[in-house]
Design a binder for this molecule. Structure first.
Ligand code: ATP
Length: 260
């Protein structure tokens, strides 16, 4: 049709943070940070211990209220959302923790099944209380992380690397659109850290997830991130595509205090 041109729209940012400040009493843990994350982007947050990485991550899904500024995730205005809206948002935002947060006495498959609770109306108790389709899906999630053969083993009896794989399977079961990962490989030895990161990056790419992940391992960050964001004393001191950056550029994050 003449005269009618349809321009493909740029997809909106999945995460948009503007002037975010989070204080704990007199301490400014996150200081006037702005950040946009595009669909499917894998952003790694770097910075010294205490620089505000975990606090920023928790502000993204409303686990910490913000002191000032705006946080928008998947179109939800997190800074102003009532608790019910935040609960709805959290069903779409997976969280992977350093300490795995599995229930050690439950089997791997039952831990994975809990990832589906956000989309079920009633609580469930025991593997058999979930329908057959969900049980099949949970086993498929375990298969994707290479642990189908451990489905009925108690999660607490697995190694750290295996437990983090189960936690990733639980996140897949949640079918999130965004993944927040707080030092997901900090408790693992270097070899396991590499292979769990490898898995995390692969499944996130397969699912088209938008990811914000805090890491202490600079080499892993350089190897896997699309973009590196550095914090120092709560301020954003780096925000660059990872391609073309080297270790020395990244190490600057740990010294710089001037915001970008
Ligand atoms: N609930 C809280 N109450 C008081 N202070 C807090 C709280 N949570 C974090 N802080 C403080 O906020 C600052 C930032 O902490 P945060 O955990 O975000 O840092 P981090 O960069 O994630 O550190 P790490 O790499 O060690 O996990 C620190 O000084 C910390 O002590």
């Amino acid at each position: 049709m003449q005269g009618l041109t349809v321009t493909p729209e740029e997809p909106a940012d999945v995460i948009a943070v503007r002037g975010l400040t989070r204080r704990f009493g007199d301490l400014v843990a996150v200081d006037d940070v702005s950040l946009s994350v595009a669909p499917g982007e894998f952003v790694v947050l770097l910075g010294l211990s205490g620089s505000g990485k975990s606090t920023l991550l928790r502000c993204l899904n409303g686990l910490h209220p913000v002191s000032a500024g705006e946080v928008e995730v998947l179109g939800t205005r997190v800074h102003a959302a009532p608790e019910a809206e935040l609960r709805r948002l959290r069903t779409q935002v997976g969280f992977v923790f350093q300490a795995f947060n599995l229930v050690g006495r439950l089997s791997c498959v039952e831990n994975v099944l809990t990832g589906a609770l956000g989309r079920l109306r009633l609580p469930r108790y025991g593997v058999r209380s979930y329908g057959q389709n969900l049980r099949r899906e949970a086993l498929a999630c375990l298969d994707r992380v290479g642990l189908a053969d451990r489905a009925f083993q108690r999660a607490g009896t697995l190694s750290g690397g295996q437990q983090q794989r189960v936690a990733i399977a639980r996140t897949l079961m949640q079918r999130p659109r965004v993944l927040l990962a707080d030092e997901p490989v900090a408790s693992l030895d270097p070899e396991n850290a590499g292979s769990v990161m490898d898995l995390l990056v692969r499944v996130c790419a397969e699912e088209g997830l938008t990811v914000v992940c805090t890491l202490h391992q600079v080499d892993l960050a350089l190897g896997w991130a699309h973009r590196l964001v550095g914090l120092n004393q709560g301020r954003k001191v780096l925000d660059r595509p990872a391609a073309g950056m080297d270790r020395a550029d990244v190490m600057d994050v740990y010294r710089r205090v001037e915001p970008v």
